[in-house]
Design a protein around this ligand. Structure first.
Ligand code: PLP
Ligand code: COI
Length: 365
């Protein structure tokens, strides 16, 4: 700690960083989450001592004991955010303070150490800075950042761990859906739910994703890209997708999205779309919407468009919906006009092509 109580990061550069030609090759159409940059940031927390040992260093495997708490009781949380190379090569993050805040909320829900927002931000910025050559320029590319934290104590007792590791890694990415599809097909799970009232649905913890995988596998078997989860109590109300929030565009031009009921992730893209749409003069309501209403409204034309949104998926139209009783199409099955307009606006702000009147763009020096 320095005199002003800020963590000091030691920086040890990779002794053999990836040469420029190899980085350039890695940036051509990378598969989401397969290619990683040279460095990582770590900070440790121990009960009684707090946060310490902040480091930027060469990316390397962790050494953990077989009794490491996270391997048994899954105390793990993460974030997903992106660094962009915009006009004139300027590097930026999109609303990173919101990720820092959500990370604290996830940590609180999972009884984990509380990382101050300023330290979260400095860790993310330090990694973006040292691995800036890995940020794709132009097109749909960006550097996906994955801050995460896990219980690192060697102990099998069931209680909140007394030691944690916070880490940030990064990977260059293109579109999340293979081939950059303009519309995806979703599977509505009739059997599995993602989160229940009082559970961890609003936290970004690994366990939520582990529980969703069986439904995601089922979706893939049905030829679908993502799962739509319904509420746990009535199995009726649309909640969100496995890794994205969802919006419906009605025939009067208004937008509808499920409310933050505690069982869905409060997406930063979701919040941004709500604000942008309202600024564009569109009515947005955060209202429960039933699956049978969606089906009837898609068939009658009352629902014109549906889209998924999130950091990885950005804004992606949902063209077809499969469920245990059959299948239906939204609009003409492609990307609708409102979806396109909002996607263009959001990505324009993120990439410095549209004015940032809401102060969402955070430049990395
Ligand atoms: N819902 C789930 C389950 C997610 O995993 C994500 C992605 O992070 C989102 C929603 C969208 O959140 P955000 O827009 O903050 O990326
Ligand atoms: C993200 O969008 O950052 C997520 O974590 C979702 C996942 C589909 C990668």
């Amino acid at each position: 700690m320095s005199a002003d109580n800020q963590l000091q990061f030691t920086v040890e550069r990779h002794p053999n960083p990836t040469p420029a030609d190899k980085i350039a090759a890695a940036l051509v159409d990378p598969t989401f989450g397969r290619v990683f940059t040279d460095h990582m940031v770590t900070i440790r927390w121990t009960e009684g001592r707090g946060w310490h040992d902040a480091k930027v260093e060469a990316r390397r495997p962790f050494q953990i004991d077989p009794a490491c708490a996270v391997l048994h009781y899954a105390q793990e949380i993460f974030e997903g955010m992106k660094a962009y190379r915009g006009a004139e090569g300027k590097i930026s993050l999109f609303r990173p303070q919101e990720n820092a805040k959500r990370f604290r909320a996830s940590a609180a829900r999972m009884s984990m150490a509380d990382l101050p927002e300023a330290d979260f931000l400095r860790a993310v910025e330090a990694l973006v800075d040292i691995d800036r050559e890995w940020i794709p320029g132009g097109g749909d590319g960006s550097l996906y950042l994955r801050p995460f934290m896990f219980a690192s104590e060697t102990f099998l007792g069931v209680r909140a761990a007394a030691e944690y590791v916070f880490c940030v890694i990064a990977c260059p990415v293109g579109p999340y859906f293979k081939g950059g599809k303009s519309a995806v097909t979703v599977w509505v799970s009739d059997q599995y739910t993602r989160a229940a009232p009082g559970g961890t649905g609003a936290a970004k913890c690994g366990g939520n994703y582990a529980a969703s995988l069986i439904a995601q596998t089922e979706a893939s078997q049905k030829g679908c890209d993502q799962v739509v989860f319904l509420d746990a109590a009535e199995h009726r109300w649309i909640e969100e997708l496995g890794g994205m929030n969802v919006f419906f565009v009605m025939d009067d031009g208004s937008l509808l999205t499920p409310p933050l009921s505690g069982t869905i992730l409060p997406g930063i893209t979701r919040a941004s779309i709500i604000e942008l749409a309202r600024r564009e003069g569109l009515k947005v309501s955060e209202t429960p919407y039933a699956f049978d209403a969606w089906q009837a409204d898609a068939n009658s034309g009352r629902v014109k468009e549906t889209f998924a949104c999130g950091t990885a998926a950005v804004v992606t139209a949902i063209g077809n919906v499969r469920h245990v009783g059959g299948e239906f199409t939204i609009g003409n099955g492609g990307e609708g006009e409102v979806t396109r307009r909002l996607r263009t606006l959001l990505t324009g702000i993120q990439r410095g092509k549209e004015p940032d009147t809401l102060g969402w763009v955070h430049y990395v020096a």
